[in-house]
Design a protein around this ligand. Structure first.
Ligand SMILES: NC(=O)c1ccc[n+]([C@@H]2O[C@H](COP(=O)([O-])OP(=O)(O)OC[C@H]3O[C@@H](n4cnc5c(N)ncnc54)[C@H](O)[C@@H]3O)[C@@H](O)[C@H]2O)c1
Length: 322
């Protein structure tokens, strides 16, 4: 199987590559423009005979013979996707069109990593896949970009018979997350020793721990990681969309208190206004993932945070205070 992973140098993509490379029958090709990803995430595969890394921007066409395409290329953190919103739209629209064109040309199956952001600020709670969402059309290049990408996927499927898969990923945290990611898990505490919650207190959030395959830690949540969900979806018969996320719900203040307790008791919790058009509440209905993929997340926040902390300390060279 020759597999293309767009955005494979990023947080989720590089974990996916690790998992795909474990199968000796797979050849893996990563196409990435390194906007938010890094070669460092893939350094153990560079030079491997079954691995190729291409500096490529998905807004340009790519001609390559592959059997499967995992299409992840797109910045996921607001700091980065708002940096150049027009480029974010281009990545989602032109990038997805290019990858669908490639899938059509070579007869490949294609999986899109969509997002819970397609539900916008939801009026239905929790959110099943059948919910159409509540998105401000002039609010976010990311939300609408992903919604168009999903539409394109289904139009290519209906019009050209392309085999598609769509995963709607809810917030995921874990090792290799960009150090400047800036989302709620706020790894910045490690750098600044201060916690600024960027969302108002009433918001609830769901975080799904990412696969942890660090040699330094004893944990291996491999089977139930997001990556596992993506591979199960790609290999199975269902097109999706399918929610992949953690239905465990907590408020921002609860998250802040947990970070304070587990990571740094000296952090200061500061309330600031929510950013416009951010959801006030989010919780995935994962009935479909359980029934159709046999997938559900298993790692609780209290177990996941310290493991992520360990990875960040390692990368930042910051020791834990005794
Ligand atoms: N992390 C989450 O919580 C989350 C939640 C929902 C959806 N997703 C989706 O999962 C996917 C991966 O997210 P992530 O958290 O790994 O983000 P990431 O920013 O770490 O990875 C994205 C990768 O895509 C690359 N990229 C961006 N624009 C590109 C372009 N035009 N051409 C080629 N490469 C490009 C980046 O350099 C990076 O390596 C994204 O599609 C994202 O929308 C992530």
């Amino acid at each position: 199987m020759r597999i293309l992973v767009t955005g494979g140098a990023g947080f989720i993509g590089s974990h996916l590559v690790d998992r795909l490379m474990e199968n000796e029958k797979n050849e893996v090709i990563v196409a990435d423009n390194y906007f938010t990803g890094s070669k460092d995430n893939l350094k153990k595969w560079i030079g491997h005979p079954r691995f190729e890394l291409i500096r490529h921007d998905v807004t340009e066409p790519l001609l390559i013979e592959v059997d499967q395409i995992y299409h992840l290329a797109c910045p996921a953190s607001p700091i980065f996707y708002k940096y150049n919103p027009v480029k974010t739209i281009k990545t989602n629209v032109i990038g997805t069109l290019n990858m669908l064109g490639l899938a059509k040309r070579v007869g490949a199956r294609i999986l899109l990593t969509s997002t819970s952001e397609v539900y916008g600020d939801p009026l239905v709670h929790p959110q099943p896949e059948s919910y159409w969402g509540n998105v401000n059309p002039i609010g976010s290049c990311y939300d609408e970009g992903k919604r168009v990408a999903e539409t394109l996927m289904f139009d290519y499927h209906r019009q050209h018979g392309i085999e598609i898969r769509i995963a709607r990923i809810f917030n995921t945290y874990g090792p290799r997350m960009n150090i400047d990611d800036g989302r709620v898990s706020k790894v910045q505490e490690l750098k600044l020793e201060v916690s600024v919650m960027s969302l108002t207190w009433y918001i609830s959030y769901n975080l799904c721990i990412f696969e942890l395959l660090l040699p330094e830690c004893d944990y291996d949540f491999y089977e139930m990681s997001q990556v596992d969900g993506l591979i199960r979806l790609m290999e199975g018969p269902n097109t999706g969309p399918i929610n992949l996320g953690n239905p465990g719900e907590f408020t921002m203040i609860e998250l802040a208190e947990t970070v304070k307790e587990l990571i740094n008791p000296d952090v200061e919790i500061k309330m600031v206004e929510n950013t416009p058009d951010d959801p006030r509440q989010r919780k995935p209905d994962i009935t479909k993932a359980k029934e159709l993929l046999g997938w559900e997340p298993k790692v609780k926040l209290r177990d996941g945070l310290p493991l992520m902390e360990e990875n960040f300390r390692l990368r930042l060279g910051v020791d834990k205070k005794k």
